[in-house]
Write a protein that binds this ligand. Structure first.
Ligand code: SDX
Length: 437
């Protein structure tokens, strides 16, 4: 990792003394004060709830500029990748750092096909989850269990990056489809060697012994685009979780399982399901979305306009723009005209973006606002939307875990704190306690 040290220094004055701290600069001009020596020099730490101003690492995987609405994977614009690539190509790019040659892609695709099955003992795990079990809970449990069935992947994780990444990408796809079939009470559909990554997933989800699933190339193309757009997003909550858990030298599967749990949250990847539930509620109530905008603006109401706002983007999330167009295209290719939920979403966006509350806070639609419209059109149920987000984010998580694991600067993640609890007090024996100790 090229350290972007500069000869510039930040000066801070504390208790009458002036201290200097190095300034570092990223490839796209981001600037940081390197505070690694702060406490040793000054005895002070920094406090930054939610890490809104704090960088956790140097990374060469994804660049995003929240002010200009720029997103690049390994230097390539998301718009180009979404337009010209398959998800498998982009997964290879994120993991390896280069777009695959035809031979590399063939080899990677062959591995994905070879690793598509899960151990038959794992298939029986599904019989023990209750029918109402959350697909995200099932996914996190099953991914964590992989290290019991494939211990070789935990001993020397970086010996064969392709196999490690392909095994996870392929088996998580199978686990996701199997969990859906199990919640439906249907027999699982095994992966086929003759189908592409996305076509295989759709077939495992929707094929049935009594109703063969007809692969629609436009739907397959839309799924590739959806997964690409979710591929990575630098140090978001779930990716930071994967890196933090991995920094304790935890194997890839357990680190990814922790990332899946973080993604589950409605403020993060769970928002796509919450958007669909919000749009369906608005539709069921006759389309009156203004009530939801007023609720979102009310400081005394915890309701947030889900699918809006972002920690980094203070302008349009480039992914949301692409997904808005893709939702129109997919619905048209399926001869669905005037989808009421898409119409509500578009009107909601239009009204919110003219409202001072949203304008003043730079609140725009994010990746979760339109994605559910497309998943729903494909027949994927809302409680599987966040699983789809995880499927897309997997290559990004793998890439970040590997970058962290390989980085000589990596130390176990262990933040400091400012203590605000009680000061030392005398111990009170049980017999003398009044309940106020
Ligand atoms: C993802 O980090 C990533 O990169 C994530 C992600 C990825 O690819 O990994 O992009 C995926 O998680 C997208 C975000 C999905 N979540 C949602 O759509 C949930 C709704 N959005 C919000 O909860 C919120 O916008 C967050 C969580 C996304 C960001 O929260 P921040 O950065 O902590 O911002 P904040 O809560 O401090 O809000 C700042 C102001 C507040 O108002 P004031 O106190 O200043 O008056 O904006 C308001 C907030 O109340 N606000 C909203 C709002 N989002 C922020 N008000 C109404 N509706 C919203 N959606």
């Amino acid at each position: 990792m090229s350290d972007m040290q500069t000869d510039k220094k930040a000066k801070i004055e504390l208790d009458g003394k002036v201290f200097e701290l190095p300034i570092i600069e990223g490839m796209e001009g981001e600037k940081a004060i390197d505070i690694r020596s702060l406490r040793a020099q000054t005895g002070y730490i920094t406090l930054d709830s939610g890490y809104m101003n704090t960088g956790s690492c140097r990374s060469g995987i994804t660049f995003l500029d929240g002010e200009r609405g720029i997103l690049q994977y390994r230097g390539y614009a998301i718009e180009e990748l979404a337009e010209h690539c398959t998800f498998v190509e982009v997964a290879y790019l994120l993991v390896h750092g280069n777009l695959p040659t035809p031979a590399q892609l063939r080899n990677f695709s062959e591995m994905l096909g070879r690793f598509a099955m899960i151990h038959e003992d794992m298939v029986h795990f599904f019989d023990r989850f209750p029918p109402y079990a959350s697909p995200m809970s099932i996914l996190s449990s099953m991914v964590n269990s992989l290290c019991n069935f494939y211990p070789e992947m935990t001993e020397n994780p970086l010996d064969n990056i392709d196999a490690m990444a392909a095994r996870l990408l392929s088996k998580v796809r199978t686990i996701a489809a199997f969990s859906y079939k199990k919640t439906m009470g249907h027999p699982v559909v095994y992966p086929r060697h003759d189908l592409s990554y996305c076509a295989n997933f759709l077939n495992m989800m929707f094929d049935s012994p009594v109703a063969p699933y007809e692969i629609n190339d436009k739907v397959v193309a839309a799924l590739n685009k959806l997964l690409i757009l979710h591929g990575d997003h630098e140090q978001n909550c779930s990716t930071s979780t994967v890196r933090l858990v991995g920094s304790a030298r935890v194997n890839l599967y357990a680190s990814i399982s922790a990332g899946i749990s973080a993604l589950w949250g409605p403020l993060h990847g769970g928002a796509n399901q919450a958007v669909m539930e919000m749009l369906e509620t608005i539709h069921a109530e006759g389309g009156g979305y203004r009530k939801f905008i007023e609720k979102a603006k009310d400081p005394n109401d915890p309701f947030r306009l889900v699918g809006f706002g972002h920690r980094v983007y203070k302008t349009h999330d480039p992914r949301s723009r692409i997904l808005k167009q893709a939702s129109e295209d997919v619905l048209a290719s399926m001869n669905v005209v005037d989808d009421p939920l898409l119409e509500i979403a578009k009107e909601l966006e239009e009204v919110a973006l003219r409202d001072d509350y949203f304008i003043e806070r730079n609140l725009y639609p994010n990746v979760d606002f339109y994605s559910g419209i497309i998943y729903r059109a494909m027949g994927i149920p809302a409680n599987m939307f966040t699983v789809m987000f995880a499927l897309g984010r997997l290559p990004g998580w793998i890439a970040h875990w590997m970058e962290m694991w390989n980085d000589p600067d990596t130390r176990i993640g262990r933040p400091r704190q400012i203590y605000v609890g009680p000061q030392l007090k005398p111990f009170v024996p049980m017999a003398e306690r009044t309940g106020n100790e």
